[in-house]
Design a protein around this ligand. Structure first.
Ligand SMILES: [Zn+2]
Length: 270
């Protein structure tokens, strides 16, 4: 078959990358140790494990034959190795997302390197999968983060917001940008911190924001990437929303459903 030349493989005109940040109970604990003494807040995170949310999401992705990327807080791999290994077993890309979802921007280069090595090891021990991607958790990158990733043979980062397409950083690392408009936390999270108190929008609003954004990324041949959190998108009603969103996207021809790793590999070799 002859394909029209596009920036995406096999004549596809748009990339769609579902990513999930598996924070669970560490979502605020890494930056606020008081959370350890807040049972209600903690159960909003460990809900992920008790309610079988990882499997719920994996089943829906399997139904749609979509492979995704999971940015995993390393302590979740230590505490729940079976659930985390299942993500890799079903063919998804696994990437790092902090040790306990902590701030890293104040660490020395040595400390940050050490911690990153520990994250990679914990995830590899649990899953047999060596992560090559990262999304910063709990705040900003340090001045050394991108260099450390490169030195440790990472392929990509997904913390920055600088384009609607992947881009190559100066040190050769590929950036697969994440976008605030595809962050379910901004729409549906209810946590007693910052701006997350009782922020419950209608699923119709989520559907409109995400599908409208998709239309734009599709029109301009770009890379539509989600930043979903299993404790939010995995709620029963939000799963219906996720399903509808996938159905909407699948109606358009020539969409490349890919993991962040696949997208980074493609971009590196362009
Ligand atoms: Zn996170």
């Amino acid at each position: 078959m002859i394909y029209m030349e596009t920036i995406w493989p096999d004549g596809k005109r748009c990339a769609v990358c579902f990513t999930f940040d598996l924070d669970a109970e560490y979502v605020f604990m890494g930056t606020n140790p008081d959370v350890a003494n807040m049972p209600r807040v903690l159960t909003q995170g460990d809900y992920v494990w008790r309610a079988g949310i990882v499997e719920r999401i994996l089943d829906l992705l399997d139904e749609h034959e979509i492979k995704s990327t999971w940015f995993i807080v390393a302590m979740n791999a230590v505490n729940h190795p079976e659930e985390v290994a299942e993500i890799a077993r079903r063919g998804h890309d696994i990437a790092t997302h902090g040790w306990i979802h902590e701030k890293i921007s104040h660490l020395s280069k040595e400390e940050e390197t050490e911690r990153r090595v520990k994250c990679v090891q914990a995830i590899e021990d649990a899953t047999g999968y060596r992560p090559v991607g990262n999304r910063v958790a709990g705040g900003e990158l340090s001045p050394n983060t991108l260099d450390i990733l490169k030195e440790l043979d990472f392929l990509y980062d997904s913390s920055l917001r600088g384009s609607d397409l992947p881009y190559k950083l100066e040190n050769g690392l590929i950036e697969v940008p994440s976008y605030y408009e595809m962050d379910d936390f901004h729409l549906f999270a209810d946590y007693p911190f910052g701006n997350y108190k009782a922020r419950m929008l209608s699923p119709e609003t989520g559907y409109q924001i995400w599908t409208n954004a998709f239309d734009g990324y599709y029109k301009y041949d770009l890379c539509w990437t989600t930043m979903f959190h299993p404790q939010i998108i995995g709620k029963p009603g939000n799963m219906m929303l996720l399903d509808r969103t996938i159905e909407y996207i699948k109606k358009k021809p020539d969409v490349w459903f890919a993991t962040a790793r696949m997208i980074a590999e493609h971009w590196k070799n362009r």
